[in-house]
Design a protein around this ligand. Structure first.
Ligand SMILES: Nc1ncnc2c1ncn2[C@@H]1O[C@H](COP(=O)(O)OP(=O)(O)OP(=O)(O)O)[C@@H](O)[C@H]1O
Ligand SMILES: [Mg+2]
Length: 93
């Protein structure tokens, strides 16, 4: 079962990114109830420090150029959802 951990603080420079990266690294290295854990880090920070650290600055720059950011993904999900709902309704008729 998935567990969600949010790391947030209004204050800057207090270690949010550092804690996130080390916690993600630790959690991804352990086995829970016989299952190797898997970790997904979602970087909501527009500075994309976590993404830069995990994927590398070059790849992140490339993804930003292609519009493959969190906001881009959410916009696309919203559009696709509308599209899918329309399609499903069409199928039922
Ligand atoms: N436990 C710690 N002990 C000492 N220094 C630390 C510790 N955790 C983080 N730092 C250092 O503090 C600085 C700020 O850390 P970090 O970038 O993780 O903070 P942040 O809250 O993500 O900052 P921002 O608000 O800019 O995103 C970095 O230089 C980091 O190396
Ligand atoms: Mg940060």
């Amino acid at each position: 079962m998935a567990k969600f951990v949010g790391i947030y603080n209004n204050k800057g420079g207090v270690g949010k990114t550092t804690v996130t990266l080390f916690l993600a690294d630790f959690l991804s290295s352990i086995t829970i109830r016989g299952k190797k854990s898997r970790v997904l880090v979602i970087d909501f920070d527009s500075q994309s420090s976590c993404a830069n650290a995990i994927l590398g600055l070059e790849r992140v720059t490339e993804l930003k150029r292609e519009g493959k950011t969190l906001s881009g993904m959410l916009k696309s999900m919203i559009n696709n959802k509308r599209y899918n709902l329309y399609k499903r309704r069409e199928k039922r008729e």
